[in-house]
Structures are given as structure tokens and as C-alpha cells.
Design a protein around this ligand. Structure first.
Ligand code: SF4
Length: 430
């Protein structure tokens, strides 16, 4: 199916997003954007992430990676020592020499990200300039880009957003007269990406391109004939960068659960003029499998209350899934940032009873959580242990980013991620 950009049907978002949002600006408990390297280095198989940071950054990466470091990893930290921080050493010379050695030792690297950290930002090390200088030296064998993973004012999923936003200006332009093409944006597990690619192909939409691609040389082209669907809700800067290159957003709910996945796929199908019968035939079986898999967990989850602390920016689509597809009752849905444009559908679909909050004032939010005594709390690692000690069941939000949860075949696993901690507590209480 080959359409021009003007023949694409853009979805209209109906309903209003005027629900009250509690804005909080106080102490917050979050991981920094370096964490994104954990899944991005596995996704882009010939990329290397060189963090320019301190021993603290290196330790964070080591503990986050845990047992994953069994071979030569595709990330590392160029550790800034005291003399670097004191301005005694020329950081640019030192960085050049680290990059030189790295690329000589690892010739398979085709894309190198210089990743800024709190220490590199404090001393105002200009990694953009360093990347430009090094890119000239190592082009065309290696592309060198930079972004910040600093944790001063970010959440851990912003690392992926910053990385992809840095990648967008380097994407090749669309060929002249290119037909309209669909791009799926956001790192997905390969197995999920393959499932989506197959479904789109069966509908006659394609070839669909994914950002990021698995290899540096396979990154998709972009331009005014690109329409894109976000697979992850935390990609505000990436969306902006794509639109600066002329691409158009297809606003859709996020592909979590049977309903979310169907609505996400349907948005693309409608945009590309796929007829109803073809769409239904393609999704029928996987959708039924997803519904059956979700149903297996309904008796454990229906009617249970859930409270979200702001962490991953997946909170609103997750609350939509848990409320509408499993009958759970979301009380507070906290999110670090609320992008009403990207989240319009999921936000509209949240029940009125769910209180949305943006940002954090952690002590006040803990008080609200303790008052409510929800059946399960979704939160970062730093809050999980103290809440568990108080007898409140928790789910680590970071697990929802590390685990493949999007699409029909993962819908049951997603429900199970919430059922499991409740089961564990029930067993402990017996
Ligand atoms: S970037 Fe900042 S918050 Fe992240 S590990 Fe390094 S020092 Fe800590």
C-alpha cells in the first residue's frame, strides 16, 4: 500500500484533558538518565555509550547492570579524577585519548555516544564540541553523538529520550518523492518489534521503520512523508526533534494490554487506509490470546487499589491498562512530567476517580499513600523497601521498562507483573 503524505488520515483526539492535576515541586526520588544505557546498549548492537562521569556514575552503572556484565559490555565510564575537576588537566585531550584507545580496541563500534553526567555538567565540559571534533576525525567509520544522562533534574527514562533526540538530526533524509511511511519510535525488545512488524505487514502497511534500529547503519530516514507512532510515552524531546525534521505524530494510546495495543494499531491502520475487515482479521487471534492471558489474572487484581509514585513516565498508560482491562482502582497516578499531547488518549481514558499528580514532594506523597493504604504501590527502588517494611506491597517501576510489556503477546506478562507481588504477600501472610 503506497500513499502520499496528504492521503494519510490523521487521528483527531476528542474529549478534554482538563482534569485537575496536582502539581508538586518538592524533593523527589528518582534515578538518573544514565540508567537508560542498560536497555539501549542491548538494543543498538554496534553502539557504545561512553559516560564521561565520576566513580559514582560508574558504580551506578555497575550495580544497575549487575549480572549482565559477562562479556565486554558496550558501555563504560571515562572517570573524571580530581585533577580533571580542578581544571588542571585538559579534559578534551584526555577524552580524545580515551576515545582513540576505545575505537582502536573495539573496531566493531559504528556509533559512539558521549554521555554527559552531573560532574561533566558541573565543570561545563562541552561534550557537543568534543563529539563534533571527534566525529570529523573518525568519520565515516564511526558516528559520534552526545547527550546528557545527568540526574540533576531528570528521570531515568529521559536518558532514552535524550539519546534518541540526539540521534534524530543524524538520520538520513527521505528519498525524493518517497511515499508516506510509518516509523515506530521508542526502544522495544526485539521480540516485540518483530511482532509489531509482522502485524503491520499483514495489514499491508510497510515497510515500517523502527527508531532506534538494531544497527547504526540501519537507522530510518525521516522527512515530511514520515508519520510516527510512539511506542513509549517518555519521548517528548525526540518527538520535537522528529517534527523539526518534518515528521507528523499519530496520536494514539500506548500499546499496553489488549485494548491499548488494538487502539495503537488501529490508529496506524486508519491513517494508512486499512479496511475494517483486513484489520479485524489480522488482529483477531493475537487479540483473543491477549484477552485470555489477561483474564487469568483478573480474580487476583480486580477491585484492588493501586497508587503510582512518579518515576518512569509510564504511569498513566499503566493506570489506564490496570483500571480498564483488569478492573483495578487507581487512586493516585503520579508522573514526573505530564505531556498532555502525547498522553491525551490514555489520560482521557482514566477513570474520574484517579487523581493525577505531576512532579513530586515525596514526604507529602508518602503521607497520602499511607492514608490510603493501597493494595499495591508502583514506585522507584528507593521507596520500595521502606514501604514494604510498613506492610505495603510494591512493584518496582524500573522493572516495567526492563521487561517486554508492549503488544498482545506480552499483555498477560504485564498483568502478571502486578499479580505476582500481591500473591507473594498473600503467601507471606498465610
Ligand atoms: S549522572 Fe549524576 S545522578 Fe547519575 S550517577 Fe552520575 S553523579 Fe549520580
Amino acid at each position: 500500500m503506497s500513499l502520499t503524505r496528504d492521503e494519510i488520515n490523521l487521528p483527531q483526539v476528542t474529549g478534554c484533558n482538563e482534569r485537575p492535576v496536582l502539581k508538586q515541586r518538592g524533593q523527589h526520588e528518582v534515578f538518573c538518565g544514565l540508567t537508560g544505557i542498560m536497555w539501549l546498549h542491548r538494543k543498538i548492537q554496534d553502539a557504545f555509550f561512553l559516560i564521561v562521569g565520576s566513580r559514582t556514575c560508574a558504580h551506578l552503572m555497575q550495580s544497575a547492570a549487575g549480572v549482565m556484565i559477562f562479556a565486554e559490555p558496550r558501555f563504560g565510564t571515562a572517570i573524571m579524577e580530581e585533577r580533571d575537576l580542578a581544571g588542571i588537566a585538559d579534559m578534551h585531550d584526555e577524552l580524545d585519548s580515551v576515545v582513540e584507545k576505545l575505537l582502536a580496541r573495539r573496531p566493531e563500534i559504528r556509533l559512539l555516544f558521549l554521555v554527559g553526567s552531573c560532574p561533566s555538567e558541573v565543570i561545563k565540559l562541552d561534550l557537543g564540541r568534543a563529539a563534533e571534533r571527534l566525529a570529523v576525525e573518525h568519520s565515516p567509520d564511526v558516528r559520534i553523538l552526545n547527550y546528557s544522562g545527568s540526574g540533576i533534574e531528570t528521570t531515568f527514562t529521559q536518558g532514552e529520550d535524550a539519546c534518541l533526540a540526539a540521534l534524530v538530526p543524524s538520520l538520513p533524509p527521505e528519498p525524493d518523492q518517497a511515499p508516506a511511511a510509518l516509523m515506530v519510535v521508542g526502544a522495544l525488545a526485539d521480540v516485540v518489534e518483530d511482532q509489531f512488524a509482522r502485524l503491520f505487514e499483514e495489514m499491508g502497511i510497510g515497510p515500517v521503520r523502527f527508531l532506534p534500529a538494531r544497527l547504526a547503519d540501519d537507522m530510518p530516514s525521516v522527512g515530511p512523508n514520515t508519520v510516527y507512532l510512539l511506542a513509549q510515552p517518555f519521548l517528548t524531546d525526540t518527538a520535537r526533534a522528529l517534527e523539526e525534521r518534518g515528521a507528523t505524530l499519530l496520536q494514539a494510546p500506548f500499546p499496553l494490554g489488549a485494548e491499548g495495543t488494538t487502539a495503537w494499531l488501529k490508529t496506524a491502520a486508519d491513517a494508512f487506509g486499512v479496511d475494517e475487515a483486513t484489520f479485524n482479521a489480522v488482529i483477531e487471534k493475537p487479540k483473543q490470546r491477549a484477552e485470555r492471558a489477561i483474564e487469568l489474572h483478573r480474580d487476583k487484581l480486580e477491585g484492588k487499589s493501586v497508587f503510582f509514585f512518579p518515576d518512569s513516565q509510564l504511569e498513566i498508560p499503566l493506570a489506564r491498562f490496570l483500571g480498564n482491562e483488569l478492573g483495578m482502582v487507581a487512586t493516585e497516578v503520579g508522573t514526573p512530567y505530564l505531556n498532555k499531547r502525547l498522553l491525551a488518549h490514555d489520560l482521557n481514558a482514566l477513570p474520574e476517580s484517579a487523581h493525577v499528580s505531576e512532579g513530586q514532594d515525596v514526604d507529602l506523597q508518602l503521607d497520602r499513600c499511607r492514608d490510603e493504604r493501597p493494595d499495591i504501590v508502583v514506585c522507584g527502588l528507593g521507596l520500595a523497601n521502606p514501604l514494604e517494611v510498613e506492610g505495603i506491597t510494591t512493584k518496582w517501576s524500573i522493572e516495567l521498562v526492563f521487561t517486554p510489556i508492549q503488544g498482545y503477546e506480552q499483555a498477560g506478562d504485564l498483568a502478571e507483573l502486578f499479580a505476582r507481588p500481591l500473591n507473594r504477600r498473600t503467601r507471606l501472610e498465610v
